[in-house]
Design a protein around this ligand. Structure first.
Ligand SMILES: C[S@@+](CC[C@H](N)C(=O)[O-])C[C@H]1O[C@@H](n2cnc3c(N)ncnc32)[C@H](O)[C@@H]1O
Length: 285
């Protein structure tokens, strides 16, 4: 049988020259705070190959020329950043944080007179974190601990925000949601063949999504919030950037409000106006 020779696309063999990697890496880390040491070269190549295919640009050299010599950055920056962000997330991820929210933070704030709770998921990825917050707070409203609540959910990546707004997830992703909450707040598809579920519109209406860069000098939070979750994003930043981000988050937090970071992250050494109340959960002084 005659075999056709298939020519793989040129990009499959192309590699980033060190100089190209350095140009991209310094742009990415300056813009997003994400550290880009030389060990990330292979990861960047893999992710940008997909972007090259999508744009029809044949080589990394051509892509870099387009970005840096032909003013392509202005329109391409969003896609470049979407390509390099790591968006892993889960419902009830690091579940003890949601226990602390329910059993410590909400009762304490309510006792202090907070009836309408404002909470912020400051690197919300595809939405599992803010929708988990909404499930916990919806229960608190039902139990009359709170009158109402609103969730602000921000991220740098436009891709994840578009998917978060839809609120549709593969069924397997909803497994960590306790069955009683799943029954109340997650809708089964009309077509049983579809292996996905949608967050209830009541919850979706409580979560406002917006694009925001934690590297911005000032955060557009008009009224101080009572709770901030900024989890599993600080690890991508270097220490000076972590210090600046955390200090700006503290400025957005009401006195007596709470900040939660990821389990593998720390605030130690930054001299912030916070006291620890539980592992990786802090109260604003
Ligand atoms: C690993 S996810 C964490 C999601 C969620 N907080 C959790 O713990 O499940 C990290 C998120 O941080 C976002 N991110 C990275 N750099 C950012 C920046 N400078 N400003 C805002 N978000 C950023 C990424 O787009 C990504 O969605």
């Amino acid at each position: 049988m005659h075999k056709h020779k298939i020519n793989p696309p040129q990009t499959a063999f192309d590699h980033l020259e060190l100089r190209e990697f350095q140009m991209l890496a310094s742009y990415i880390s300056e813009y997003s705070g994400i550290k880009m040491p030389p060990t990330k070269k292979t990861m960047l190549e893999g992710r940008l190959r997909r972007r090259l295919r999508a744009t029809g640009i044949a080589t990394f050299a051509e892509y870099c020329r387009y970005l840096f010599d032909e003013d392509g950055l202005e329109s391409e920056a969003i896609f470049l950043i979407d390509a390099v962000t790591t968006n892993k997330t889960d419902f009830f991820r690091e579940a003890n944080h949601f226990d602390v929210l329910k059993n410590v933070i909400v009762p304490d704030l309510a006792e202090g007179g907070v009836a309408d709770l404002r909470i912020w998921s400051a690197a919300c990825s595809t939405g599992a974190e803010p929708y988990t917050m909404a499930m916990v707070l919806e229960e608190a409203v039902e139990e009359r601990q709170l009158r109402s609540y609103s969730v602000l959910a921000t991220d740098l990546s436009t891709d994840v925000l578009a998917s978060a707004r839809k609120g549709i997830y593969p069924t397997s992703m909803l497994k960590p949601v306790p069955a009683p909450l799943r029954r109340k707040y997650v809708l089964e598809p009309k077509d049983p063949e579809m292996d996905c579920m949608r967050i209830h519109p009541r919850l979706r209406s409580r979560v406002g999504f917006a694009r925001m860069n934690l590297m911005d000098e000032a955060y557009p939070v008009e009224e101080a919030v009572h709770v901030i979750f900024c989890r599993n994003v600080l690890i991508y930043f270097d220490k000076p950037t972590q210090a600046k981000v955390l200090s700006r988050l503290c400025d957005c937090l009401a006195t007596g409000g709470y900040l939660t970071i990821g389990h593998s992250e720390t605030i130690s050494g930054f001299g912030l106006p916070l006291r620890m109340i539980s592992n990786t959960v802090f109260q604003r002084l």
